[in-house]
Design a protein around this ligand. Sequence first.
Ligand SMILES: C[S@@+](CC[C@H](N)C(=O)[O-])C[C@H]1O[C@@H](n2cnc3c(N)ncnc32)[C@H](O)[C@@H]1O
Length: 477
Amino acid sequence: MSTPPAKRAPRPHRRPKKDPARTVAFRALRAVDERDAYANLILPSLLREAEQKGMDRRDAALATELVYGTLRQQGSYDAIIAACIDRPLREVDPPVLDVLSLGAHQLLATRIPTHAAVSATVELARAVLGDGRAKFVNAVLRRISAQDLDAWLAQVAPPYEDDAEDHLSVVHSHPRWVVAALWDALGRWQPGSAGREAIEQLLAADNERPAVTLVARPGRISTEQLAAELPEAGPGRWSPYALALAEGGDPSGLAAVREGAAGVQDEGSQLVALALANAPVDGADRLWLDGCAGPGGKAALLAALAAERGAALVASERQPHRARLVAKALAGNPGPYTVIAADGTRPAWRPGTFDRVLVDVPCSGLGALRRRPEARWRRRPEDVAGFGPLQRDLLRSALDAVRVGGVVGYATCSPHLAETRAVVDDVLRERAEELEWVDARPLLPDLPGLGDGPDVQLWPHLHGTDAMYLALLRRVR
Ligand SMILES: C[S@@+](CC[C@H](N)C(=O)[O-])C[C@H]1O[C@@H](n2cnc3c(N)ncnc32)[C@H](O)[C@@H]1O
């Protein structure tokens, strides 16, 4: 009697290994791509969700690195991936491209060993894209792993001498039009020293992880008191109210932050508020206005500085939900303040009401690419022109709102010349007899490379801040 052949046990259905870091990173990239989500909002919410299911801190840190790193270097990775496939990049499905970019980042910019980066990313591809596309991902990642990032960039970027902007665009992962705009602005502010080295430093700084800085709001907590609560933090570079957190530091659990005595704020923003507060005004100094206040970072510092002088702040913001954020940021301020939801171009106050006015206008955000890495890919050149009329109207309204002898600060977090000096020059031309420049440079700490003034442009590579712009104008008539 022959024994029947042993039945092979059915193969278990293959379940992808749990990899919460790469899964969260993929979901974040998809949300940024598909729904125009902001990485700095969607990622924390996905991380919270994953942490509730047991994701540990190391995986959370890896997910964060993967999302921000991939978004920053997307331009370089696109060029490298394009060189590894035999069809145009635009024909690759976006989810496949996201997985490939995540893999490219691990292979070219992290210490994850090659075999681990490839196998974990292929595993992710299998789970989220299916077996067929996972094979394609595997093949492309193996090609990418053949050389390091520098070798790839040397291969895929056109020579600098042939086309400097194209070269910089690929090597430093910025759209070409952004490279051109930043270079123009550098040339205006750093005449004579805005050559290749300067633009490369600026583009490289845009791709760095910014330090997290805190502001100790005067009258609520001193910088020393805040430092005592954060022994691992160091002093800021420029602002007397700033503390720089050690890398990876998370201030959200700090009582001073929860209570609003301190907040997370780039030093550039702190300097804008400080310069406006320190600008000389003739006569009384009782009532200040922040005309574009949401979400309230500068308003909170201005309100604290106003309180120290016995002045009050009116914080105005068009969007009601952002006005609510301003109210939250100002809660607990030691001096008087009012928050209103109003269109700054149709002011609810009589002309000449305020002693100091800040308009930190809506802009392209090209000065804050370190924080919002996806913005460079989302913005279009025509967006810049689109902001122009509103920026001019908000500046005109601010100039109406300030009294004779008072000062207006016009600020942007973009160094694009069309959003900075061009706006101020246009409005100055209309109202030449009413206005005079206030030199902003002496109102700031001794920062290098501020140019000839009277307005100032801060830079990530020179000052470690966002690229904030500030012009100060006094009403003389
Ligand atoms: C660059 S943000 C201001 C950031 C703020 N100063 C801070 O430091 O937190 C510009 C703000 O202007 C607001 N805004 C846009 N149009 C406005 C208008 N017509 N009147 C008043 N605010 C407006 C936007 O909603 C946005 O909150």
